[in-house]
Design a protein around this ligand. Structure first.
Ligand SMILES: CC(C)(COP(=O)(O)OP(=O)(O)OC[C@H]1O[C@@H](n2cnc3c(N)ncnc32)[C@H](O)[C@@H]1OP(=O)(O)O)[C@@H](O)C(=O)NCCC(=O)NCCS
Length: 284
C-alpha cells in the first residue's frame, strides 16, 4: 500500500495490507476513496452476489473479535445497521498471502482468491451532515495475541483503521459508545479529550457503557495514527472513575443529566493489579 504523508506508529502495516471499502452505490459517491492520499481501496458493494464471501469473512472477523466480548453482531444487524446505511473501511490481505493460522481462524474456503479483512471500522451517518456514529472497530491483533501468532507486528492496526475510516467517511463530528473497561478507550483518547454524553447507559445491553464524542480535525486523525509531530491540547484530570464502580457512573450520569459537561481527559490507567481508572475533567 502507498504511504501516508506523515509518520505513523507502525509503517509496516501500510506495506503488508491494502485498503478496502464496503459501501452501496448510493453512499459511495459521498465517501473519500483516498483518505490522506492513500491508495484507492477495493470497493465491495454489499448489494451484489459477488461480495458474499468477503462479507462473510467480515462477519467472521466480527465474531472473532467481539465474540469474546459477548457482543458478536447478528448478520442482519450487519446489513441493516452497517452495510446498507453506513460504510465500512478497513485493511486486508490477499488470501494467497494469508498466514496459515489466519486461514484456519477465518475457515477460509480453499478456492477463495480475494481479500481477507484484518481490520474494520464501521460507522453510520446521523441526521446532521458530517455527524457519524461509530458502530464497530475490530482488529485481528487481539485474536493473534490469544492464539500466540507472531507472524507480523500488528501494533497500531486498530488506531490506523479508525483514523483512515473517519477521514474516508468525511466525519466532522463523531459520536461513539464503548464500555468503561474496554481496551478500545486507549484508541479513542488518541483523538484528544472525549466529550461525555452518557456515563451509564441502560438503553444499551451493556449498562456500563459510556457515550462519547469529539469534533474531528486532521490534526486529531494524524495524532491517532501516531504522528508525533502533532501535540493535541492536554487536559488535566479533576477526578477518576473506577471502571467497575457502577455507583460512580450513575452519579456522573446524574450530573450530566443535570446539565454539567465532562470529558475523558486522557487514557485510562491501572489503579490496582486488576483495576482500571478513567480520568475525568470538566469540559473546557
Ligand atoms: C479494540 C481493538 C480494536 C484494538 O485493536 P489494536 O489493533 O490492538 O489497536 P491498537 O494497537 O491501535 O491500539 C491499542 C491500544 O490499546 C492499548 N492497550 C491494549 N491492551 C491494553 C491493556 N490491556 N492495557 C492497557 N492498554 C492496552 C495499546 O497499548 C494501544 O495503545 P498504544 O498504541 O498507545 O500503545 C481490538 O482489541 C479489538 O478488535 N477488540 C475487540 C472488539 C472491540 O472491543 N472493539 C472496540 C469496540 S468500542
Amino acid at each position: 500500500m502507498s504511504s501516508l504523508p506523515f509518520p505513523i506508529a507502525n509503517p509496516a502495516l501500510l506495506r503488508e495490507f491494502v485498503p478496502y471499502l464496503v459501501a452501496t452505490p448510493l453512499n459511495l459517491p459521498h465517501l473519500n476513496l483516498q483518505p490522506f492520499g492513500i491508495e484507492a481501496p477495493t470497493v465491495i458493494d454489499p448489494l451484489r452476489l459477488e461480495s458474499e464471501t468477503f462479507l462473510h469473512l467480515l462477519h467472521r472477523l466480527d465474531g472473532l473479535t467481539f465474540g469474546p466480548e459477548g457482543m458478536p453482531m447478528p448478520r442482519w444487524v450487519f446489513f441493516d445497521c452497517s452495510e446498507m446505511p453506513g460504510a465500512i473501511y478497513g485493511l486486508a490481505r490477499p488470501a494467497s498471502t494469508l498466514w496459515p493460522k489466519a486461514r484456519e481462524l477465518f475457515k477460509l474456503p480453499a478456492d477463495y482468491q480475494g481479500l481477507v479483512p484484518v481490520s474494520m471500522y464501521v460507522a453510520i451517518p446521523m441526521h446532521r451532515r458530517g455527524m457519524w456514529f461509530g458502530h464497530n472497530l475490530s482488529s485481528l491483533a487481539p485474536v493473534f495475541e490469544r492464539h500466540g501468532v507472531t507472524d507480523i507486528d500488528l501494533r497500531g492496526l486498530g488506531s490506523l483503521t479508525k483514523g483512515l475510516a473517519l477521514k474516508s467517511f468525511g466525519v466532522t463530528q463523531f459520536w461513539g459508545a464503548t464500555q468503561w473497561l474496554s481496551k478500545a478507550l486507549h484508541i479513542h483518547v488518541k483523538f484528544g479529550a472525549l466529550d461525555l454524553q452518557t456515563a451509564y447507559t441502560p438503553a444499551h445491553s451493556e449498562h456500563e457503557t459510556l457515550t462519547y464524542g469529539f469534533a474531528v480535525t486532521d490534526a486529531k486523525l494524524r495524532a491517532s495514527m501516531g504522528d508525533k509531530s502533532i501535540a493535541l491540547p492536554k487536559v488535566e484530570p479533576e477526578f477518576w472513575i473506577d471502571a467497575r464502580d457502577v455507583e460512580a457512573m450513575i452519579a456522573l450520569q446524574d450530573r450530566i443529566e443535570a446539565g454539567h459537561r465532562y470529558v475523558i481527559a486522557r487514557a485510562p490507567e491501572r489503579s490496582t493489579a486488576h483495576g482500571v481508572r478513567v480520568p475525568i475533567a470538566t469540559a473546557p
